[in-house]
Ligand binder design. Structure first.
Ligand code: GDP
Ligand code: IMO
Ligand code: MG
Length: 444
């Protein structure tokens, strides 16, 4: 029996299908031009994200503010599974105000969202320091993501709603003393050093930000979202990181500390699963990755990797680190589509191809064995199976009509579509530059 939808409105979800930085922010902003959505909701992660929005002369990198910020009238939600860095949030709100976008009245933060404390980034660095000594660091963004989620799961963390209660400072002090003990342990056992002066400076900035945050709409987001859906409004849920960085389905431990899968949307926004309508997935025409861990499709020839890095400006929007570049990995992509149920795909960076021939990874090998399933550990992958395609050059920059695309790019896009034919996905849009105007529709 079909289950009748409870609400008139729906939620569409957009996630990155690779290792992050696929261009999610740009595509969220793009989707809003349809006028179909009343809100954008961030549902996981924190200020580890860096989502670039370009609209004419405006260039904004959002770490925590949802990517609907440059669209007046669009409500912005931060869900319960997000870890909120209050200093970043206040900074971004100010940056947006300077750009002419006052988001305070349209921003709603779940009172159940997790609060990143001023000591969480230090704990993040301390844990990386230990891992480095004990066999390999993850290369986190140092934004305190892992420690904040750890505290949440251990049920000693602070929630956004806590800041409205008179016992907040006591709670915060209890947690901070626990953190200082931990940091002293890292110092004693591993030699991780931190400056007390710096900590005091971070504390001061954090409390100043908390005072600003108190003026914002901290609410029962689940109630608000259900109300909006009841009145027929559609909401766009924005993923951060990428499916390959999912805590449970990525290459653990080289992952982030949250679930990046669309399944997390309902938990974070406090709604039923049958509110989900479309699931959009974003990829680049090639692949990039930042941080530690294996990257099977990484371009082996350093000079070619550098060509992609330079042509694609592949430097982290949050940390500025160079991104490793790889070929499009269809084996990983098929795994990600299977996990997410994506039915519509965006392909970005179709203007970037600084080589005559490209490889595409279609399978993984473990010694002589061709892997049937995506492996538990990427370390077990000893080789990849590739197919070669003609490069499509860089002259598709800014193309906004399907008819104007070069033949080599059209062949590549059709090839990708064919390789995913059994999933019944459509390629909705292809990105040809960073601006919101730089894209064309493909399947429609
Ligand atoms: P996100 O984290 O997934 O939102 O992506 P990032 O903003 O971290 O990284 C994507 C980068 O690629 C940004 O610098 C975007 O401005 C840029 N970008 C997005 N789509 C395209 C595209 O189609 N072509 C080019 N050249 N750049 C793009
Ligand atoms: P967006 O949303 C790319 C990576 C880090 C590291 C691992 C864990 O812009 O796509 P964390 O700080 O989360 O504990 O780091 O995850 N990472 C990202 N890589 N884009 C991101 O976000 C990322 N957020 C985290 O480099 O390898
Ligand atoms: Mg990014």
């Amino acid at each position: 029996m079909d289950k009748k939808a409870l609400y008139k409105g729906s939620i569409d979800v957009l996630v990155g299908l690779q290792w992050g930085d696929e261009g999610k922010g740009k595509n969220i902003d793009d989707l809003l031009s349809s006028g179909d959505y009343s809100a954008v909701a961030r549902f996981q992660g924190g200020a580890n994200a860096g989502h670039t929005l370009q609209a004419g002369k405006i260039n904004f990198i959002g770490h925590i503010v949802p990517s609907g910020c440059l669209r007046d009238g669009i409500e912005l939600y931060i869900g319960s599974e997000v870890v909120v860095d209050v200093v970043s949030l206040i900074k971004e709100i100010k940056e947006l105000k300077d750009l002419g976008f006052d988001v305070t009245s349209r921003l709603y933060i779940s009172n159940r969202a997790k609060l990143v404390s001023y000591l969480h980034p230090y704990l993040d660095q301390a844990e990386e320091f230990r891992r480095n000594k004990d066999g390999g660091k993850i290369g986190t963004t140092s934004r305190g993501i892992g420690p904040t989620y750890s505290d949440s799961r251990a049920r000693r963390g602070l929630l956004m709603g806590d800041i409205m209660f008179p016992d907040f400072e006591n709670k915060e002090e209890t947690l901070s003393s626990f953190h200082i003990n931990l940091l002293n342990m890292y110092k004693k056992e591993y030699g991780f050093d931190f400056s007390n002066e710096q900590v005091q400076e971070s504390k001061k900035k954090w409390f100043e930000a908390i005072n600003e945050i108190k003026k914002l709409n901290i609410c029962n987001l689940s109630h608000l979202v259900q109300e909006r859906l009841s009145s027929g409004k559609n909401i766009l849920a924005e993923g951060a990181q990428g499916i390959m960085l999912d805590l449970d389905y990525g290459d653990y431990p080289n992952v982030t500390s949250s679930n990046t899968l669309p399944a997390n949307v309902c938990i974070s926004l406090g709604v039923q699963h049958n509110t989900i309508r479309n699931i959009y997935g974003v990829i680049k025409a090639y692949t990039t990755k930042v941080g530690g861990g294996e990257f099977p499709s990484r371009i082996k020839d350093e000079a070619i990797e550098k060509l992609f890095q330079d042509a694609g400006h592949e430097f982290g929007a949050t940390t500025g680190r160079p991104r490793m570049c790889g070929w499009l990995d269809l084996f990983a992509l098929r795994y990600a589509i299977g996990l997410t149920g994506v039915n519509k795909i965006f392909i970005n960076k179709a203007d970037i191809c600084p080589v005559d021939k490209v490889s595409v990874v279609i399978g993984y090998k473990k010694d002589r064995e061709v892997l049937e399933e995506f492996p538990f550990h990427l370390k077990s992958v000893t080789d990849v199976i590739t197919e070669e395609m003609l490069g499509w050059g860089t002259d598709n920059f800014g193309v906004s009509e399907k008819e104007k695309v070069s033949e080599a790019l059209a062949t590549y896009l059709n090839y990708v579509k064919e390789k995913l034919a059994d999933f019944d996905v459509e390629i909705v849009s292809v990105g040809t530059g960073p601006d919101r105007a730089h894209s064309f529709t493909w399947d429609k």
